[in-house]
Design a protein around this ligand. Structure first.
Ligand code: AMP
Ligand code: MN
Ligand code: ZN
Length: 927
């Protein structure tokens, strides 16, 4: 019903507003017919349909409804009434209940079918394919939807026509826009010429830049030329641009498409079809001589040929074959296409101008290669770099023997290099370049554009002749400069077109250019949008600028809008494809928002800033490697530990509280600087002394002297310990001290079947404890101090700590000395934890050794009375047996305890590892 009303609205509108356009007339005639048909069916309609029915008196309807507002008000009322009536029908369970009454069900069925029939009529009138009566429910909805779309489209069009926007689909739009000129204006330049004395500050020293007027010259509803291309364009990134040349006139080598491969073995590009010919090209002697410039007649009195058919093209070709010089220019469109379209090719001989419609003759223009690649004919272009690419891409046209007036202007060191400047300079012509950006796809070509296009080539041959003479003159008649211009121009001819390509980092270039700082989320979004834009542009054959201009893309990536509306808010005006694919873009932004936030460091593309280029004169006094002031920008985007809080203020990172542990080992020599809670006066004195000591720089020899007394003392201590140990051993051989084991392990030479064991015990002991300076590595010496006597114990504890915390360098000993002494004193006063552990360990060891090795020799030893003095009966003891068992047990335990709890340094570890291996060896040996 709503559909019907809409159609009515549309019909009325076309009646009221569209009387001028013939095609609309046709439409409305069609519509009138349809509404007539509807009229016939109206009597069957629901009551709510009455008002429109009343008003549908075709053709004369204009008189009954004077005002569209009245009509829409009325129509809206009807829609509301109809909706209300619909809602009055029972719904849900009530509906099911009602439908169970056959009478009700029948009526509803009839009504539904009639309604579907009515809709079907509307759908049919709108020429939507498909019979609604035969469709499933879903398809019916689709049909209605499609029909609605068509109706809406027509309503919009009609409204546009009413607003006067679409009266003439070929209407030319012309808008003047002011853009800042990139070069100083003539007026400003003139001003700077004559500064008056004493008025130095009246004229700005820099020439003022002037606003230039550019004309946007386009038309509404230009048909996309791509639609009519016989061979569709291939925008894909995978396939390289492939030359489509089928014939090769003026060839020195036959035509061949020679591919070039990339590292992956894919075709990367094709060689230039005229590569060889261009390589062989040499300008003729005549071209390197002075010319006789002939100023052409003005365009108004020169013949112009608009070439837009094959016949005209052939005729033009014949004429061009007679001309020794041809001036060429190309006009191009790049906004509503991905790769660009060559829209116009202008050519001029001395006597005639040609304008080729390269949209109409896209597939035929290649015949012009006959003259363009003819090395005997000179082609003159201005700034041909792009023209060369466009010609080969769209028209398969190549040029051999070219003179580029832009290169010539460069060679002549001219003040400016534009064609406008050259025309002013040589022809004294003020040309209007404001139409440069016109939409050259317009057809038929407006006269302004024809005139404009023509002037680009009309005087070019004359300009070339003047420039040739100037070039020869600049070299006193020598043709070097001229030859060089020809060489450079030939290089331009060798240019090959390649498709636009984006790499994984292309979006970063954009960020670098804007000098904005993007975080990883923003970069993620930018990359996503960048890739979306590339894919969309290729697929829709539109330019990046049309799909989504850079500034909008950066805006979206920077603000990362949560809502779809936010994306639209970043764009003004909203690009049609953005609106169309808003959902896709939104998904990209949402994905980026999910990324964990990391502040990125954008790698600079160029050289790292710290490294100066190698061309630097390092001997120069002015060279300073740490002076970065000459660099463009300073990096202030490096990550720091500083973070901003919610209010945007910088926060210092929270310092983690280190758990305070009383690890006995962890009090290193740094105690020098630590402040203990309280010190006794002596300690205080000592510390003061230490502090002083630490501040004095001592030479190594002085250090050596300082350490000498200590060394002597240590030596004396050592000897004393050795003596006591020996004595003790004599007293109690049943409990060999750990150093027994260590001795063996350190020397590492005692094998299970060592002949020593077969000797009498006395002899064994003698051999074992004989001080053997050669056989004692320093490590074993240290460990040997681990005596069970209290004094020795204390020393061991201190020693172990020192070992654990400081290196063994003798130099450090100077610092160690006092601490060690202090420690030793402390240890003597009260048994340290370490000592307690050691005692525990020893107790444990004894028990374990006995318990674990019942068959070991420890058992008979136990049965012996406690050793008393020297009267121990060695002869009755199987010492060999005892030793093995005890040693093995102890070895394992020592390793265990010390490794697990006291964590000695590596040296100790090694020691115990050796020990362990040793006992293992013994064990195996015994087996
Ligand atoms: P011209 O050689 O000056 O006739 O320019 C040839 C084509 O280059 C024009 O049709 C434009 O498509 C394009 N073009 C020239 N100047 C510009 C410019 N400033 N910006 C963008 N495109 C340009
Ligand atoms: Mn040009
Ligand atoms: Zn041009």
């Amino acid at each position: 019903m709503f559909l019907f009303l809409l159609d009515e609205i549309r019909r009325r509108k076309t009646h009221i507003f569209c009387t001028t356009e013939q095609n609309i007339h046709n439409n409305s005639g069609n519509m009138q017919r349809s509404s007539k048909r509807k009229q016939e069916e109206q009597p069957e309609e629901d009551k709510t349909e009455q008002p429109p029915q009343k008003e549908t008196t075709p053709a004369s309807g204009n008189s009954t409804i004077g005002d569209i507002t009245d009509f829409t008000t009325q129509a809206f009322k009807n829609v509301v009434a109809a909706t209300r009536a619909c809602n009055a029908f029972p719904q849900g369970t009530a509906r099911s209940l009602y439908l169970s009454y056959p009478g009700y069900s029948r009526v509803i069925d009839d009504l539904s079918q009639r309604l579907v029939g009515l809709i079907g009529n509307v759908v049919q009138v709108e020429e939507v394919k498909g019979d609604i009566k035969k469709c499933q429910m879903e398809e019916q909805f689709e049909l209605v939807q499609e029909c609605n779309d068509i109706l809406f489209e027509r309503i919009t069009t009609n409204l546009d026509i009413k607003a006067g926007q679409r009266r003439n689909p070929h209407m030319v739009l012309e808008t003047q826009v002011d853009v800042l000129s990139s070069s100083p204006t003539k007026a400003a330049a003139a001003n700077t010429e004559t500064p008056k004395a004493g008025s130095w500050n009246r004229w700005p020293p820099t020439p003022q830049r002037n606003m230039l007027s550019a004309r946007l010259f386009t038309a509404k509803n230009i048909i996309r030329p791509q639609m009519n291309f016989k061979e569709p364009v291939d925008n894909s990134d995978q396939n390289p641009f492939t030359p489509r040349l089928r014939e090769k006139p003026n060839s020195l080598k036959p035509l061949a498409m020679l591919p070039e491969y990339d590292e992956a073995g894919n075709v990367h590009s094709y060689l230039h079809p005229y590569e060889f010919e261009l390589m062989k090209f040499e300008p003729s002697a005549g071209q390197l001589q002075r010319q006789t410039p002939v100023l052409p007649r003005p365009p108004a009195s020169t013949e112009l040929m608009l070439v837009d058919s094959v016949e005209k093209l052939n005729q033009a070709l014949e004429e061009l074959r007679q001309a020794p010089h041809i001036a060429i220019d190309v006009e191009h469109h790049s906004y509503r296409t991905f790769m660009g379209i060559t829209c116009l090719v202008q050519m001029s001989t001395r006597t005639k101008d040609y304008i080729f419609d390269s949209l109409a003759l896209r597939e035929e223009m290649h015949v012009l290669n006959l003259v363009l690649t003819d090395p005997k004919k000179l082609k003159i272009l201005h700034g041909a770099d792009q023209d060369i690419e466009w010609l080969q891409r769209d028209l398969s046209l190549y040029i051999v023997n070219m003179f580029d007036t832009h290169r010539a202007a460069k060679a002549l060191n001219m003040a400016r290099l534009s064609l406008a400047f050259l025309l002013k300079h040589y022809v004294d012509l003020d040309v209007d370049k404001s139409l440069q950006l016109a939409d050259w796809r317009m057809r038929p070509l407006p006269q302004q554009l024809i005139d404009y296009a023509r002037q680009d080539t009309h005087y070019l041959i004359y300009v070339y002749e003047r420039m040739t003479n100037d070039l020869l003159q600049s070299e006193q008649g020598q043709p070097q400069a001229l030859r060089s211009v020809f060489q450079l121009s030939t290089e331009v001819c060798k240019k090959r077109y390649s498709k636009p390509h984006i790499g994984p980092e292309s979006h970063l270039d954009l960020v670098r250019k804007t000098k904005r700082s993007f975080d990883n989320r923003q970069l993620h979004a930018l990359r996503g949008i960048f890739e979306w834009r590339d894919a969309t542009a290729r697929q829709e054959d539109e330019s990046y600028g049309y799909v989504l201009p850079n500034h909008m893309m950066l805006q979206i990536a920077e603000s990362l809008p949560r809502e779809m509306q936010g994306i639209l808010a970043c764009c003004n005006p909203i690009p049609p494809l953005v609106r169309q694919q808003l959902h896709t873009l939104h998904q990209i932004v949402l994905k980026a928002r999910e990324q964990p936030l990391v502040k990125p460091i954008l790698e600079a593309r160029s050289q790292p800033q710290g490294l100066p280029p190698s061309s630097k004169d390092y001997s120069s006094k002015l060279y300073c490697p740490h002076d970065f002031t000459h660099l463009e920008e300073t990096r202030d985007d490096l990550p720091t530990l500083l973070k901003r809080n919610a209010s945007g203020r910088l926060q210092l990172p929270a310092v983690k509280e280190q758990p305070k542990e009383h690890v006995p080992l962890a009090v290193p020599a740094m105690a020098l600087f630590a402040k203990p809670a309280a010190h006794t006066p002596e300690e205080e004195m000592r510390l003061v002394h230490l502090r002083k000591e630490s501040q004095v720089l001592r030479m190594p020899y002085k250090r050596y002297l300082a350490i000498l007394p200590l060394m002597q003392q240590l030596k004396a201590d050592q000897q004393a310990r050795d003596r006591t140990e020996l004595a003790k051993r004599r007293l109690c051989p049943a409990a060999p001290t750990p150093e027994d084991i260590k001795l063996e392990s350190a020397t590492g030479k005692v094998e299970p079947e060592d002949p020593v064991y077969s000797l009498p015990l006395k002899e064994q002991l003698k051999r074992k404890h004989k001080p053997d300076p050669d056989q004692h590595p320093s490590s074993s010496k240290r460990l040997r101090e681990g005596n069970s006597k209290p004094k020795a114990e204390a020393v061991l504890a201190v020693k172990n700590e020192t070992i654990a915390c400081i290196s063994d360098d003798d130099d450090d000993a100077v610092v160690e000395v006092p601490i060690e002494k202090q420690r030793a004193a402390q240890a003597a006063e009260a048994p340290s934890k370490r000592q307690q552990k050691r005692q525990q360990f020893q107790r444990f060891r004894g028990g374990k050794a006995r318990g674990n090795h019942p068959q070991s020799s420890s058992q008979p030893v136990q049965q012996q009375p406690k050793p008393q003095g020297n009267n121990f009966d060695y002869k009755n003891v199987d010492f060999r047996q005892f030793k093995g068992g005890a040693q093995r047990a102890r070895g394992t335990e020592i390793k265990h305890t010390i490794r697990g709890r006291n964590r000695p340094n590596n040296r100790n570890n090694k020691q115990f590892n050796k020990l362990f291996t040793f006992s293992n060896v013994r064990k195996e040996g015994k087996k």
